[in-house]
Design a protein around this ligand. Structure first.
Ligand code: GDP
Ligand code: GDP
Length: 459
């Protein structure tokens, strides 16, 4: 799952129709547990060779007194927060309406990547509406018909370069396409964190690790139930909170877990809840129980968080129960390095959710991981660094022909992804790639975030 696409627009433009077309029957995240509050529908979308998460802001009934406009605006803002790309949809038969302009305005202000789709364009009667759509200043409209499946190739073509940027690793596996990185590149002098949006945090871990206790601590009020019984019914999903001056939205996976009698079912559920939270999160706190740390389930979710490109902080809870703290810490660090080498450099913080000890350090680790995850390194600095790395350890010369690493640039953030233009990229051994990734992590001080590095051929 390389990126998240939100379908945005006023009611009746065809969002649900497109959602159904992209997702088909693969509503991956349907929850068979009754009573889970959800107001954004999401599914696993496919378009050609692209795989992504689709969020639909339409068609969900919510019991609220809010006006339709207010609700749509709020949902849109939330979807924008969660998504990498927003597909703003219009009804081309109607042209641009005042309501469309309201949405366009939100998107221009809040979303980094917006694509514009003029839906219902299956007939020439829509031409005028398509031309009008140019006036929104959101780029060229893509003509589609969600109902008839037209324009899907154009939509694919528009998503492709973005998807490529969002997951440089996936792009390396897909057929090579030339991607223009220049637009992304312009942002290199941008401040480290460009938007003061809440940091999206998920606390994941096995049942009874202390997730609810920790979240209660963070929230500072006893809004969630806690107790020794695993799997108490709770409903909260995302909890907005200001913690030590940082705005966060904390996803309570325990709260999404429903009453389950059978332990096995519970385990399965908490894993899938964890997966879901990981997808929404920017920073994933993997909460371990000091008495049973690094369980299979913990390892799986930590690995998933890394593969999904999330910043990761490992927190070891119930530290108050530990007598031999020094020894235990050494043991934990050893286990961490051995069992989760893919998270090299991620912080390991000891906490007690019960007493509150260590929570300030946890806060700081989250903020820092988030900052690093968003970091952009200027191209000039990268290339200076690359030159130094090449001089210190030249790449191998298989058959007497040295692999040339010519030019390096950061193609995206969240997490940081870099591309190096290379002759014979396939000849570069993994050990050399690791040398570069580890060097990037150390020299640019980027702990706790996955780093993506791909090599593109340029002979
Ligand atoms: P939403 O409120 O934005 O989710 O819109 P819906 O997906 O529910 O669609 C609203 C109406 O527009 C429905 O009657 C759809 O059948 C219709 N519709 C959706 N896409 C198209 C299209 O490409 N062409 C035409 N003619 N109608 C469409
Ligand atoms: P969850 O299933 O991960 O949400 O775990 P809970 O928050 O419900 O906690 C499970 C049990 O562990 C409860 O009995 C908590 O009181 C206990 N617990 C949570 N944090 C700590 C801690 O820091 N120290 C100790 N000693 N117990 C804790």
């Amino acid at each position: 799952m390389s990126f998240t696409l939100a379908l945005v627009g006023r009611p009746n433009v065809g969002k649900s129709t497109l959602f159904n077309r992209l997702v088909g029957k693969r509503l991956a995240l349907v929850d068979d547990q009754p009573g889970v509050t959800r107001d954004l529908r999401e599914g696993e979308g496919r378009l050609g060779d692209l795989r992504f998460t689709v969020i639909d802001t339409a068609g969900l009934e919510e019991a609220t007194d809010e006006s339709l406009q207010g609700r749509m605006r709020r949902l849109t803002e939330r979807a924008v927060e969660m998504a990498d790309v927003c597909l703003f949809m219009l009804d081309a038969r109607q042209g641009v309406t005042p309501a469309d302009e309201v949405f366009a305005d939100i998107l221009r202000r809040k979303s980094e990547h917006v694509l514009l789709a003029a839906n219902k364009s299956e007939s020439n009667a829509s031409d005028a509406g398509v031309y009008e759509a140019y006036s929104l200043g959101l780029g060229d409209p893509i003509r589609i018909s969600a109902e008839h499946g037209e324009g899907m190739a154009d939509l694919h073509a528009a998503l492709m370069p973005l998807a490529d940027g969002f997951d440089a690793r996936a792009a390396a596996e897909a057929p090579q396409v030339d991607v223009e990185v220049s637009e992304e590149d312009e942002g290199e002098d941008a401040p480290l964190i460009t938007r003061a949006r809440p940091v999206q945090v998920a606390v994941v871990g096995r049942p009874n690790a202390g997730k609810s206790t920790l979240i209660n601590r963070i929230i500072g009020e006893d809004r969630l139930l806690t107790g020794p019984e695993a799997g108490i019914t709770r409903d909260a999903i995302a909890l907005p909170v200001e913690w030590n001056g940082t705005h966060m939205r904390v996803f309570d996976t325990a709260g999404m877990r429903k009453k389950a009698k059978v332990q096995e079912k519970l385990e399965r559920l908490s894993v899938s809840d964890g997966l879901r939270a990981v997808k929404f999160a920017e920073v994933v706190v993997v909460l371990l129980d000091v008495e049973i740390p690094f369980e299979q389930q913990d390892l799986r979710i930590a690995d998933l968080a890394e593969r999904e490109g999330r910043a990761v902080v490992v927190a070891v809870n119930k530290w108050d129960l530990e007598d031999e703290k020094q020894e235990k810490l050494a043991e934990l660090k050893e286990a961490f390095n051995r069992l989760l080498p893919q998270l090299k450099g991620a912080p390991l913080i000891t906490v007690s959710a019960k007493t509150g000890r260590g929570l300030d350090r946890l806060h700081d680790a989250i903020v820092r991981a988030h900052e690093v995850w968003n970091r952009r390194v200027p191209t000039a600095r990268l290339n200076q660094w690359l030159t130094g790395m090449l001089e210190a350890h030249p790449p191998p010369a298989p058959g007497g022909r040295r692999v040339k690493l010519r030019y390096m640039t950061q193609v995206k953030t969240r997490p940081p992804a870099f591309v190096i233009m290379t002759s014979f990229p396939e000849k570069l051994p993994d050990s050399y790639k690791r040398y570069l990734v580890n060097g990037l992590r150390e020299d640019f001080d980027m702990p706790g975030t996955p780093i993506r590095l791909t090599f593109r051929s340029q002979s």
